[in-house]
Design a protein around this ligand. Structure first.
Ligand code: SF4
Ligand code: SF4
Length: 76
């Protein structure tokens, strides 16, 4: 979960403690750049994380996520 993120291109931040591991963001991401951690968060869910590159900033993951604050899309 400590991938280096390219900050001069669009990227997402997922707050792992708010994620419930439903994988909806993974299903909708056209670039397949979200994965599920092997680690558990404090609520015993396997949280999603950004794999570190190639996000287009399309925000489909943001709109698919049922947890309003779990995903933040950043477009520099
Ligand atoms: S903003 Fe789009 S490309 Fe980036 S992680 Fe979300 S769904 Fe994938
Ligand atoms: S859609 Fe939201 S709650 Fe579901 S796995 Fe992705 S970040 Fe977690």
């Amino acid at each position: 979960m400590t991938e280096t993120v390219q900050k001069d291109a669009p990227f997402i931040e997922i707050t792992g403690e708010l994620c419930k591991g439903c994988k909806l963001c993974i299903d909708v991401c056209p670039k397949s750049v979200i994965a599920i951690s092997e680690k558990l968060n404090g609520s015993s869910y396997h949280p999603a994380y950004y794999t570190g590159a190639d996000c287009t900033g399309c925000a489909l993951c943001f709109y698919a996520c049922p947890e309003p604050a779990a995903i933040r899309v950043v477009k520099p």
